[in-house]
Design a protein around this ligand. Sequence first.
Ligand code: NAP
Length: 247
Amino acid sequence: MSTVLITGANRGLGLGLTRKALALGHRVLATARDPDKASDLQALAGSSAGKLSLHRLDLGDFAAIDGIAASLAGTPIDVLLSNGAVTWARANPFGETDYESWAEHFRVNSMAPMRLAERFADHVAASQRKTMFFIASRVGPTPAFGHIESRSSKSAQTQVVYQCALALRPRGIICACAHPGWVATRATGNTGALTADESAGLLWGVIDRLTLADTGKFFEPDGSTLPIVTQQTAAKPYGMTQPASGS
Ligand SMILES: NC(=O)c1ccc[n+]([C@@H]2O[C@H](COP(=O)([O-])OP(=O)(O)OC[C@H]3O[C@@H](n4cnc5c(N)ncnc54)[C@H](OP(=O)(O)O)[C@@H]3O)[C@@H](O)[C@H]2O)c1
């Protein structure tokens, strides 16, 4: 039995990932901004024979991330599953960008995953599976104007995953991310090609096949890989006379 921590577990894909984790026999620490209103999670907890516990966490509150990590000190976490994200904002036309909303997207979608990785590295390092898995989005790099808050913050998140992979590989920790597919949740107005449970099943298949050789990778739900678009791969970037180290 593995111990799994899932953020944004109260609805949508997070709830599907939680249901699937329980079906696989794992112990789940499920976080939600308001556990008192998380009726689906409460019902699951009631029938989980003590395998599901609910924890309050607003990802925009970094002190709260520090606090939950401290309260779980000494608990090995096999799979840290970063799922929660700001998923909806009005599509503003060029010239009317909402910079406050954009900052909030970056805080929750790009910076909070980093904070989670930093504060939970010891818990994950102490586990058997040593895995951090981040729900990303291939919508990030889509070349069409609109939803710049979501697209840019989810693009940045993949670079966060890559950076964490570099930092944590020496500790044997796998850091990888995946696009979940087009999933019918509140984020998509409940339209999509997959249900949350179907996507969760595919994503758990990806997670279960991960090895340290996969660290830093960006997966599709079927296990194929996508490029991390901000990763510079040229051995000798323009203007440099020596091969780049760490670029
Ligand atoms: N659905 C898709 O087609 C699709 C495509 C690409 C990527 N994704 C990614 O999949 C993940 C799950 O999205 P979803 O489709 O399930 O969307 P969703 O139904 O809108 O769920 C979003 C989840 O994130 C939580 N959340 C939002 N802001 C938060 C905050 N500040 N702190 C903590 N939790 C917060 C929400 O909690 P509240 O209930 O409290 O708001 C909710 O649990 C996201 O990372 C999203 O970017 C989804």
